[in-house]
Design a protein around this ligand. Structure first.
Ligand SMILES: NC(=O)c1ccc[n+]([C@@H]2O[C@H](COP(=O)([O-])OP(=O)(O)OC[C@H]3O[C@@H](n4cnc5c(N)ncnc54)[C@H](OP(=O)(O)O)[C@@H]3O)[C@@H](O)[C@H]2O)c1
Length: 265
């Protein structure tokens, strides 16, 4: 495997010794790219990667085979709260305090689900699916993994959101379920930031827009995208980690794009 030079490693202000990280939704796309980056980062002690079906996550499995001591993979489906609770109990036996947690899972389209173009396309079933994964998922992760987070020291939480979840930035309409589930996720992120910072002033939780990234999620919608604005997952991963690593307590509860600019709610 290609080894990154020390010069390309991130700096982690506020961390004096190696610390543990968790990536939720690590099977592919941006989550896999972030996991790769962290496994190669010497400041990171241990990486806990979770995904729905570890047996089907072939690239994550081969990363594990190359780094069996640094990486642990456990199964976790964010659409099922009992499954999240079981995964958190298992994680508590496998890793010690987590200081960096990134929620990457998300759905926009699959064989059945497709973003709505008009109100007639909206259904209770599809809205529930969008909200279950995109909005409730990251919130329930925080509920059940709270016991693994450092109670006092610097803690960084990144929830992968999307610019289209910005209410102020919605000039096109459509995509009701995806947009609204990401807007709800942003509200949950703000709530977590406020609640957790009351006990730990060094707790930081932010919403992150990764840009348009060349993954399965964006694949059907790339026709009208300028190729210069289409990012590789590894570049998006690096940008998001830089924002997180440099974030300050005052940034907690805010919504940032991959280039560090703030996005309106
Ligand atoms: N790509 C973009 O242009 C773009 C733009 C804006 C925002 N985002 C956001 O960035 C995040 C990552 O997207 P991506 O582009 O990397 O998408 P992706 O390649 O399609 O990956 C989506 C990830 O979410 C996981 N996932 C889906 N449902 C899950 C569930 N119920 N439980 C656990 N994991 C689940 C998938 O796991 P499986 O392998 O098990 O399906 C996969 O790891 C998402 O939150 C997305 O909304 C992406």
């Amino acid at each position: 495997m290609e080894t990154r030079s020390k010069e390309t490693e991130l700096s982690w202000p506020g961390f004096t010794e190696p610390f543990n990280a968790m990536i939720q939704g690590a099977s592919r796309g941006i989550g896999l790219a972030i996991t790769r980056q962290l496994v190669e980062d010497s400041t990171i002690g241990h990486v806990l990667a979770t995904c729905r079906n570890p047996n089907n996550a072939s690239e994550l499995q081969s990363l594990f085979e190359q780094n069996p001591r640094k990486l642990t993979i456990i199964g976790l489906d964010v659409a099922h709260e009992k499954n999240i609770a079981t995964a958190a109990d298992l994680a508590a036996h496998l890793t010690s305090q987590i200081r960096l947690l990134i929620n990457c899972s998300g759905i926009l389209q699959d064989g059945i689900l497709s973003p709505e173009k008009k109100i007639e396309d909206v259904s209770s079933d599809t809205l529930q699916r969008y909200f279950q994964v995109n909005a409730f998922g990251p919130l329930l992760i925080l509920k059940h993994f709270k016991k693994l987070l450092a109670p006092k020291d610097r803690v960084l939480i990144g929830n992968l959101s999307a610019r289209v979840g910005s209410i102020g930035d919605n000039h096109l309409g459509g995509w009701y379920g995806y947009r609204a589930s990401k807007a709800a996720q942003n509200m949950f992120t703000r709530g977590i930031a406020i609640e957790f910072q009351r006990k730990n002033p060094d707790f930081i939780c932010v919403s992150l827009h990764p840009g348009t990234v060349k993954t399965a999620l964006s694949e059907p919608f790339r026709d009208r995208i300028n190729p210069a604005q289409l990012h590789r997952p590894e570049d998006a991963a690096m940008c998001l980690l830089k924002i997180l690593s440099n974030s300050k307590p005052i940034d907690s509860g805010e919504f940032f794009a991959y280039d560090g600019t703030r996005i309106p709610w």
